[in-house]
Ligand binder design. Structure first.
Ligand code: NAX
Length: 331
């Protein structure tokens, strides 16, 4: 049998945490034959509730779950972890300035970066979910210099899956047959969901989504805004933000990263930009990636038309601005 892997979930007493920890304990993140030990971190006001989640995990008697730690101590939480899913953060509240929210999250991510850097297992893989996800990941990277930059990512897989879902509904095909959409840029409303390379796998081979939909006006308009605004639509309907879909996508992100992407298929991940596609280096930006043997690489050579170019640049500009704001909170 395999040795157990330690998985940290921060903000584990929150909504996404509550959906995510049972998925991890059932093997949805690391595979059905991989035992796990969960490390759950939250802040003192949530300690009692966090302990309740731990009680439920015990009660669920998951065969793969070899241990559960529930703590409000970041050092204890980070010790020995192989995977870290950072869901905890400071939410934007009514009437708060952007700068104040940024400043709270910068200090959280700065502190947790140090705890991970000093105490996580070597080669720990990090996924930041909490917003502003790309910039929180960038701060984490800056303050954990000994963690390889390739190991620090943020979640845009939910946006990717939302794009697959929209195409699937529009064409009335199963979502599993749609592939190779791309989410470029920031996990925010400036993200660019791109279907120019997307295909549907049919019995007769692969067909281009653009040809099948045969409605560029929809693809260049409503499709894009629906994906960009989906988070807000969920809040409006549920009076709560996305949780089960976010948790499921976080499992997809780590699973594909660790176990590999399927053949001829890419996924979207927020990763440290190396300048590919003219994106400024030094940002955490969502790119199309394939994964093999636990390493992601950016898919190269996709054609970027003028429409796409403007959208890739606009979301990059927003990230540059966020980065400047984040750095101004450090001084
Ligand atoms: P909740 O408010 O339900 O949960 C957040 C939890 O984090 C709370 O239990 C809180 O006590 C805890 N927390 C706060 N500061 C902490 C700290 N310093 N250390 C550890 N824990 C801390 O929010 P939830 O709905 O679960 O969303 C969590 C985060 O995910 C939010 O930032 C949200 O904006 C972000 N999202 C990101 C998505 C993505 O695709 N990247 C989509 C879903 C979600 O909106």
């Amino acid at each position: 049998a395999k040795d157990a892997l330690r998985v940290l979930v921060t903000g584990a007493a929150g909504q996404i945490g509550y959906a995510l920890v049972p998925m991890i304990a059932r093997g949805a993140m690391l595979g059905p034959d991989q035992p796990v030990i969960l490390h759950m971190l939250d802040i003192p006001p949530a300690a009692e509730s966090l302990n309740g989640v731990k009680m439920e995990l015990v009660d669920a008697a998951f065969p793969l779950l070899k241990g559960v730690l529930a703590t409000t101590d970041a050092v204890e939480a980070c010790t020995g972890v192989n995977v870290a899913v950072m869901v905890g953060g400071f939410p934007r509240k009514e009437g708060m300035e952007r700068k104040d929210v940024m400043s709270k999250n910068v200090s959280i991510y700065k502190a947790q970066a140090s705890a991970l850097e000093k105490h996580a297992a070597a080669n720990c893989k990090v996924l930041v979910v909490a917003n502003p996800a790309n910039t929180n990941a960038l701060i984490l990277k800056e303050f954990a210099p000994s963690i390889p930059e390739k190991n620090i990512t943020c979640l845009t897989r939910l946006d990717h899956n939302r794009a697959l879902g929209q195409i699937s509904e529009r064409l009335n095909v199963h979502v599993g047959s749609v592939k190779n959409v791309v989410i470029w840029g920031n996990h925010s409303s400036t993200q660019y969901p791109d279907v120019n390379h997307a295909t549907v796998v049919t019995q007769g081979g692969e067909k281009s989504v653009r040809e099948l939909v045969a409605n560029d006006q929809w693809l260049n308009g409503e499709f894009i805004t629906t994906v960009q605004q989906r988070g807000a639509a969920i809040i409006k309907a549920r009076k709560l933000s996305s949780a089960l879909s976010a948790a499921s996508s976080a499992c997809d992100h780590i699973r594909d990263w660790v176990l590999g992407t399927p053949k001829d298929t890419w996924v979207s991940m927020g990763v440290y930009s190396d300048g590919s596609y003219g994106v400024p280096p030094g940002l955490i930006y969502s790119f199309p990636v394939t994964c093999e043997k636990g390493e992601w690489s950016i898919v190269q050579g996709l054609k970027i038309d003028e429409f796409s170019r403007a959208k890739l640049d606009a979301t990059a500009n927003e990230l540059v601005e966020e980065k400047t704001l984040a750095y101004s909170c450090l001084s």
